[in-house]
Design a protein around this ligand. Structure first.
Ligand code: FCB
Length: 451
């Protein structure tokens, strides 16, 4: 094995620091119609013309449903001790509510047992974007009924696995799936505009706290978190207009879901648009139902955002200054690489008195990986992890309570609207043969964690 050195060792992070690797159900499992699984919004969306860049679908994906024993072993061999995965709601409840699917229940028992046998601590995400299609047909996240359906699903799951699983993550990136799926229409379910977005935001905020409360009631020892996509927001210039644009973007991208959970309500001062939610739901008296005392907050920051005032942008009046106009290093998806952005976000989140612990529940980068015989020389990804982990270490040394880092992702998988083109794995997958090749970045982690 080639030797890789990092500018730090795992001991610098301390013995209590958790090292994990993350996947998600829809992006990995495949087996889309196996053992009674119901359809999710992503099954429907991927079938629509022109929605997925490479015209692919995730019916097989990485076939994790069948190959999980080998994949878990890989995670272990690379030195990780945490395995984060999500549960597919429609394997448990094919119609979203009502009849439970015993084969779905059995699958996650097998998966959890296999994690525990290998010494991988499971971190289970309850919702990683794959809403049951049956619920979407009744309005999805725009319909208040989804909150009750989510509570029912969470109760079933935690009653079933609560004595084996300690760590629970309620939602994966609420801003990600509401903005892309209900505002911009580029992710499932492909809805477009504020009349979808604002109700979806509010119901997701309610579900975030309601789901967490169900876990607290059912599993006494549970450690409960939820995750946020977040970006360090940088004003393009120091003009008052750009500074104000940056405050707006920060409220939208970083604060809109976190602050209600912390009992602070929506950040309406910096994002007046959110007053519409307050007006619309005034009669429901929802405001104290939005808070929950999370044990940890999951931070997922892939790129910073540079923003400026733009009078032509309807409603929000801001626009992004894309990395290509600024000549900064980017990944294969054009996402800016910025370890200082990682550092800034950690500092920003740690400054909230209500945030007691932070875990980086995802981090990683897509590059154009090419196997070369039995090797994949992804040096750019190694530098990425080196830089971002360096930022995490720096923040930790300065007292930020960041207690873990989970790499996104174990194997290349189905990257939503990008299809199979965007490879984020530490392990390369040939999607025709399902053969796995550990990339150099995988060996780099192995060296760091076991060397
Ligand atoms: C995050 C998602 C994850 C994956 C990575 C690249 O926003 O949570 O499923 O798509 O980005």
């Amino acid at each position: 094995m080639q030797q890789f050195t990092a500018p730090f060792s795992r001991h610098d992070f301390g013995d209590d620091f958790q090292w994990g690797v993350t996947i998600s159900a829809f992006q990995n499992e495949g087996a889309h119609d196996k053992d009674g699984r119901g359809k999710s919004i992503w099954d429907t969306f991927a079938q629509r013309k022109g929605r997925i860049r490479d015209k692919s679908h995730a019916r097989i994906a990485t076939d994790f449903y069948h190959r999980y024993p080998q994949d878990l072993l890989l995670a272990r061999q690379l030195g990780f001790s945490v395995f984060r995965f999500s549960i597919s709601w429609t394997r448990i409840l094919p119609n979203g509510t009502g009849a439970i699917n015993p084969a779905g229940i059995a699958f996650y028992h097998r998966l959890i047992d296999a994690c525990l046998e290998l010494g991988l601590q499971p971190y289970v995400t309850l919702y990683h974007w794959d809403l049951p299609q049956a619920l979407e047909s009744r309005g999805g996240w725009c319909h208040r009924g989804v909150v009750f359906a989510f509570e029912e699903y969470v109760r079933i799951v935690v009653r079933e696995y609560g004595d084996k699983v300690k760590h629970w993550i309620v939602l994966n990136e609420p801003f990600g799936f509401t903005s892309l799926g209900y505002m911009l229409g580029v992710h499932a379910p492909g809805k477009f505009g504020l009349s979808y977005f604002l109700p979806a935001v509010h119901h997701v905020v309610l579900a975030q706290a309601a789901g967490a409360r169900v876990i607290r009631d059912e599993v006494k020892q549970a450690v409960i978190g939820t995750t946020y996509s977040c970006s360090h927001i940088v004003p393009y210039t120091q003009s008052e207009q750009d500074l104000q644009a940056a405050r707006k973007a920060d409220a939208l991208f970083n604060r809109m879901f976190l602050e209600p959970a912390l009992g602070m309500g929506y950040p309406v001062q910096d994002m007046p648009l959110l007053q519409r939610i307050e007006r619309r739901y005034a009669l429901w008296r929802d405001w104290d139902k939005m808070a929950f005392d999370f044990d940890f907050i999951g931070v997922q920051t892939y790129f910073p955002l540079v923003v400026r005032y733009n009078a032509f942008m309807p409603l929000i009046g801001i626009s992004e200054v894309k990395p290509r106009y600024r000549k900064v290093p980017v990944t294969a998806l054009g996402w800016e690489i910025s370890a200082s952005g990682m550092y800034a976000v950690l500092k920003q989140f740690a400054a909230y008195p209500g945030v007691r612990r932070i875990m980086v529940t995802e981090g990683g980068a897509a590059f154009h990986d090419q196997p070369n015989g039995a090797a994949v020389r992804d040096t750019a990804r190694i530098s990425y992890f080196q830089d971002y982990l360096g930022a995490v270490l720096q923040a930790r040394k300065e007292g930020v309570p960041v207690d873990g880092y989970f790499a996104w992702t174990l194997t290349d998988n189905w990257e939503w609207a990008e299809g199979y083109r965007a490879r984020f794995g530490l392990v390369y997958v040939d999607f025709n043969s399902q053969q796995r090749i550990i990339k150099d970045s995988g060996y780099w982690f192995k060296q760091l964690l076991t060397g």
